[in-house]
Design a protein around this ligand. Structure first.
Ligand code: ATP
Ligand code: MG
Length: 415
């Protein structure tokens, strides 16, 4: 089974937006064992969309088109697919009614143009869009080939790919198989080091080809090791994934901070919540970024007391009781963590102080960041690190590093 990706949008060509959709779709296809050899980008131009579709279909079994399903005159994906099929667009009254109802529910008048989204190439099928107005398309184009169209809006696109496009592709590929995948999220090592650690597993799995392991880089958020298994039933596929997860966890140890949709902040909060501990933060170099990440998580208020933006030396001294000199030092980080616990009346205090640059401060080099942790039992910990990159990168890195340190500290406590 071979499926190509065609991203539609003049903004993509002009570099005004980056084509993250194709990358995401490519990742999903690979994880499902579907070959994809070409990704292409075309502007909002019907003739060029048609030409690209014909060309890709001449070699592939399927094409996913993303974007250009909106209501305006420059959204031409529907028209282009109808042209490739050699059929007219027909308006589906049930879709028109659904779109009108979405507008009524939001108490908004519907521009007449929106009804264009109810037009489907004759013989095609609409893919429901529970998150927006534009339905997707599933169109058979002869010789057993198929074109799918999904919206450009990333979360609408992702929902349709997962619930309709991938299952349909797998059905067509003739495998009566269910696919289950699980992502182990890791933080704190390089891609090459991780690949080296996992190499024995890759080798072991190479003979069976099921499950498979893939690495996905997530920049500052770390590296994902994704396990994907195929089996006749979901239960069997899940069992294969479970076994491989155990193998990988034994190798990766505390590099793994979470699974699937867990983030570093949600991993920290769930560990604190299970101990019924509250958290107070004191941030200098990160200026509130740690608090901002934590409140991303729903229900953070059960655990998170707040963050103190102690940016200047005066505030560190007056609010947190810091006496150490210089204020970027492990001693100062310790005092800040203890101060955050006390001032915010929290079980756990976390602190960060550092030099983001561009110039050194009190003789401390750019990129030097110190982290402190103070626990309810009176124990304290602090470490110093040298983080790479410019000001922005040092601050982002310091934020996730501090959360990761707290996560590892909590795990080390055991039950
Ligand atoms: P809508 O129905 O909302 O109009 P659409 O199918 O017409 O969606 P576009 O108008 O092309 O899609 O894009 C809608 C939004 O989705 C844009 O604001 C853009 O930021 C984003 N988007 C479109 N294509 C991509 C892509 N390939 N990668 C990432 N984001 C994209
Ligand atoms: Mg649009």
């Amino acid at each position: 089974m071979r499926c190509e990706v065609l991203a539609v949008g003049t903004e993509l060509l002009l570099g005004q937006i980056v084509d993250t959709n194709s990358a995401w779709i490519g990742e999903q296809l690979a994880a499902s064992g579907i070959d994809s050899y070409e990704h292409r980008v075309v502007g909002d131009n019907q003739a060029r969309i048609v030409a690209a579709l014909r060309d890709l279909l001449s070699r592939a079994d399927a094409v996913v088109v993303c974007g250009g399903l909106g209501p305006t005159q420059d959204d031409l994906t529907r028209d282009a697919i109808a042209e490739v099929m050699g059929v007219p667009l027909v308006r589906r009254m049930e879709l028109a009614e659904y779109i009108a109802a979405m507008f009524r529910a939001r108490l908004r008048d519907m521009p007449e143009n929106n009804l264009r989204q109810a037009d489907i190439p004759d013989g095609g099928e609409a893919i429901p869009n529970p998150l927006g107005t534009a339905p997707g398309l599933l169109c058979n184009v002869g010789e057993g080939k198929v074109v799918y169209a999904v919206p450009g809006v990333p979360y609408e696109m992702q929902e349709m790919i997962c619930t309709h496009v991938l299952p349909d592709l797998l059905r067509r590929s003739g495998e009566a198989a269910t696919i289950v995948s699980r992502s182990l999220k890791t933080w704190g090592t390089s891609e090459s080091a991780l690949a080296e650690m996992v190499a024995p597993r890759l080798e072991a799995l190479d003979t069976t080809g099921n499950p498979t392991i893939a690495f996905l880089a997530r920049g500052i958020e770390g590296l994902v090791v994704r396990i994907t298994a195929k089996a006749a039933t979901e239960q069997e596929a899940r069992a294969l994934v479970d076994i491989e997860e155990k193998e990988l966890r034994a190798i990766l140890g505390d590099l793994v901070f979470g699974v699937d949709n867990e983030t570093m902040e949600s991993a920290v909060l769930s560990r604190l919540r299970s101990r019924r501990w509250t958290l107070g933060v004191a941030e200098s170099v990160t200026g509130g970024l740690i608090g901002a990440r934590i409140v991303n998580v729903e229900g953070a208020s059960e655990v998170f007391k707040g963050t103190i933006g102690a940016y200047t030396t005066d505030v560190k001294r007056a609010v947190l009781g810091v006496t150490a000199e210089p204020v970027v030092s492990v001693e100062a980080a310790l005092e800040m963590a203890v101060g955050a616990r006390r001032v915010l009346d929290a079980d756990v205090g976390l602190s960060v102080t550092g030099v983001a640059g561009p110039t050194e401060q009190d003789g401390v080099a750019v990129g030097t960041v110190c982290f402190g942790i103070a626990l309810a039992d009176g124990s304290v910990d602090a470490v110093s690190a040298r983080l790479p990159g410019d000001r922005e990168r040092v601050r982002q890195f310091a934020t996730i590093s501090s959360l990761n340190l707290l996560r590892q500290r909590l795990d080390a406590l055991g039950e």
